[in-house]
Design a protein. Structure first.
Length: 189
């Protein structure tokens, strides 16, 4: 039996692999890549503004300015840094929104694929039911002395009547009919 630290290491490995897969998928999405690039630019701009702010009093003309001028420059730089910080926060929100949209689009695509698969299965089941009905009806038609050409001409009307009858039956009535047909021995499930 593995030690808890081994299990923890395995879980961390799995988590890092999953994170790497997600990041690969995210970078494949141009909207996320664009948002992350904009975030990096905003962070660089903020770092530059903070560097300028921290070096204000080291400028060659700083000592020549009056105290009021120095305060005005400090205030302007403070505003520029706050604007840059807000730009970073806005860029972070844009990245989060792009990732959220990516996830939502992926989920929607999965739902659409599941619906399409379900629809295809329903179409296939309906075709199989129609084929089974056709074979059984044709067998009864020919056994009753009818011709194949006459059956082919009448089949679509027969199928429409059958579908209408099935729609009008409750699920319990449909199951009872199914059990009756199965118990007759002529049909199999």
């Amino acid at each position: 039996m593995p030690y808890p630290s081994d299990i923890q290491a395995q879980m961390q490995q799995i988590m890092s692999e999953q994170r790497a897969k997600l990041e690969t998928a995210y970078y494949a999405d141009p909207k996320i890549k664009s948002a992350k690039d904009a975030l990096e630019q905003a962070k660089e701009h903020l770092a530059n503004e903070k560097t300028i702010q921290s070096n204000l009093d080291r400028g060659p003309d700083w000592h020549r300015w009056s105290f009021a001028q120095q305060q005005d420059v400090r205030s302007q730089m403070g505003n520029r840094v706050m604007d840059a910080e807000e730009a970073v926060r806005a860029a972070e929100r844009a990245v989060d929104a792009a990732i959220g949209n990516h996830i939502a689009e992926g989920q929607q695509a999965a739902q659409d694929a599941a619906k399409a698969e379900q629809h295809a299965a329903q179409v296939e089941q309906a075709a199989a039911e129609k084929a089974n009905f056709r074979a059984e009806a044709k067998q009864r038609w020919l056994a009753a002395g009818g011709s194949e050409n006459a059956f082919n001409e009448r089949f679509e009307g027969m199928w429409i009547d059958e579908v209408e009858q099935r729609v009008q039956q409750t699920p319990n009535e449909q199951e009872a009919m199914r059990q009756k047909l199965l118990s007759s021995g002529r049909y199999t499930a």
